[in-house]
Design a protein around this ligand. Sequence first.
Ligand code: NI
Length: 169
Amino acid sequence: MNSLKAKFLLILWENNPILRAVAEPLALPLTSAMKEFAHLLIELMWEYDWVWLAAPQVGRSLRMIATTQWKVKDEKYTHLWDTVMINPEIVSVSDKTLVSEEGCLSLPWISGYVERPAEVTVSFFDIDGKKVKKKYSGFNAIIVLHEIDHLNGILFIDKTTKELPRWEL
Ligand code: NI
């Protein structure tokens, strides 16, 4: 891990009440401490080889998510960029849905199939406080939707159509 500080961020697990709380909006512009936290969230996400991470998962009940965006072609995933979204809001979703297998760092012993809108338009503030509105589809939409659920105390197991067997720990 690159920074010592990220080492002290621990992932909360399934039964922690912070994961079930509705997270608080962040004041803008972000303080320098909050900007640093945003970078740590991205760093920690990659440390776990993950593609998404929400602030409540490391014990901060704040509306901040670390997301990644991908180009998906012929089942090959190419990483494009990372985006921290502050106070994200869903503007609209498509009627069309898709079902895919999801997992979560807060429940690493289980995965399951979740049906979600195939497209989402989301507005958010970036780390520098600039307002952004973007449309995501496919895997990139799943990432945003799974993470915004975390900010509302919702875990993917609340939405699974079919759960896969739990690992024995
Ligand atoms: Ni998750």
